[in-house]
Design a protein around this ligand. Structure first.
Ligand SMILES: NC(=O)C1=CN([C@@H]2O[C@H](COP(=O)(O)OP(=O)(O)OC[C@H]3O[C@@H](n4cnc5c(N)ncnc54)[C@H](OP(=O)(O)O)[C@@H]3O)[C@@H](O)[C@H]2O)C=CC1
Ligand SMILES: CCCCCC(=O)/C=C/[C@@H]1[C@@H](C/C=C\CCCC(=O)O)[C@@H](O)C[C@H]1O
Length: 328
């Protein structure tokens, strides 16, 4: 049978470009060996980490990433026809596996949509949960600064912070995202950072400073907020620096170190995989919140495997509200 796959043909330089990723058609064997299964992709994810992480590979490679796939042919008793699994099998429409790289869904999804397993109930949701709960340890009344607030991670961070009684000061780059975060997600103060000076508005709504900062964007945000807006003993979770993923040069901002020292801040990075054994517990809890209507989920869905590349580009242009998902 014919399968399609996206090949990273060379390293990205600056913004990802069309010539970096090309769609290829290949033939898969008609017969499976004993123990093998043939899978068909149902949903794929594009995530910002793919841009910087691609530097660790030697192209040409099949672009890496997770997908939700269904068994459509099997010679493996553990994976009957129709089984749905998660797999880090890359940007492939179909693939053959011996089962070792397949993961069943690790919690009771119930009637919650399957695609959420790549978003709120998947890697980005786990990042939000553990970054907030384990690194920032929110307390009632804490003021939390959050950027990338309408993204896959940020939208969950803000909602969990509200559930735990925080005052959320959120930043997005588009007015329809602002409307969603303010009126549907209930964040306390939401600003379009393209229209205001983020530091000025934080100063206005929190003149005495803030206890917590969840940083999805990095760059100038990180330095300004640590220097000017975190209170003494404040805490920052460094989750991502999407502002810098397409940069060709690394910038250094030495003055930030003095603020960290003088205010005795606790600044910690997160790699969500560190918490892997606890993901199912977090997903079960968040799935309850979803069913109770306390945790809202939005997806920006791109139809068709052939649109993976444009979905990926969209991440760096703020195209998605909530999780960017590609549907077969
Ligand atoms: N540490 C870890 O283990 C993990 C880290 N991450 C990181 O978390 C961050 C968010 O990921 P995720 O929510 O999945 O991504 P999303 O693409 O869903 O959301 C990110 C949002 O960031 C905003 N953004 C993009 N570029 C800029 C910029 N230059 N300045 C300000 N905002 C920008 C965009 O929205 P807008 O329109 O508002 O600008 C975009 O939608 C990323 O940095 C990612 O790398 C994600 C998963 C795991
Ligand atoms: C490479 C920059 C990562 C930026 C933050 C981010 O989005 C992380 C996402 C992780 C991703 C980690 C990828 C590389 C980190 C390498 C650090 C290490 O462990 O040595 C991947 O694991 C999926 C997301 O959890």
């Amino acid at each position: 049978m014919k399968a399609r796959q996206w090949i990273l043909v060379k390293h990205f330089e600056g913004e990802p470009k069309d010539e970096d990723l090309v769609l290829q058609e290949i033939d898969l064997p008609d017969q499976l060996n004993e123990g093998e299964v043939l899978l068909e992709g149902l949903y794929w994810t594009v995530d910002p980490y793919m841009r910087p992480y691609s530097k660790t590979y030697n192209p040409p490679i099949t672009m890496f990433g997770e997908q939700l796939a269904k068994v459509i042919k099997t010679r493996n008793g553990e994976y009957p026809l129709g089984t749905v699994v998660l797999s880090m099998s890359g940007w492939r429409s179909h693939f053959i596996s011996n089962g070792n790289d397949l993961k069943p869904i690790s919690f009771d999804l119930g009637s919650t949509p399957l695609s959420y397993c790549l978003g709120t109930l998947g890697m980005p949701g786990a990042t939000a949960y553990f970054g907030l709960m384990n690194l920032l340890e929110p307390k009632k009344g804490d003021k939390l600064i959050l950027n990338g607030a309408a993204g896959a991670v940020g939208s969950v961070v803000g909602q969990l912070a509200k559930i735990h009684g925080c005052e959320v000061i959120a930043f997005v780059g588009d007015d329809s995202k602002l409307d969603w975060c303010k009126n549907e997600l209930g964040f306390d103060h939401v600003f379009n950072y393209k229209k205001v000076d983020f530091s000025e508005v934080i100063q206005k709504v929190a003149p005495d400073g803030c206890e917590l900062f969840f940083d999805n964007v990095g760059g100038n945000w990180y330095h300004t907020i640590i220097n000017k807006h975190l209170k003494k003993y404040g805490k920052a979770a460094l989750c991502g620096s999407i502002e810098n993923y397409n940069d060709k040069e690394v910038k250094l901002y030495p003055s930030t170190n003095n603020s960290i020292l003088a205010k005795e801040l606790r600044i910690q990075g997160i790699i969500v995989n560190t918490f892997a054994k606890d993901w199912p517990k977090a997903f079960t809890e968040m799935n309850h919140f979803i069913r109770e209507g306390k945790l809202k989920v939005k997806e920006t869905t791109y139809e068709g495997f052939e649109n993976m590349r444009s979905a990926f580009y969209g991440l760096f242009k703020g195209e998605n509200t909530g999780k960017a998902i590609i549907k077969a």
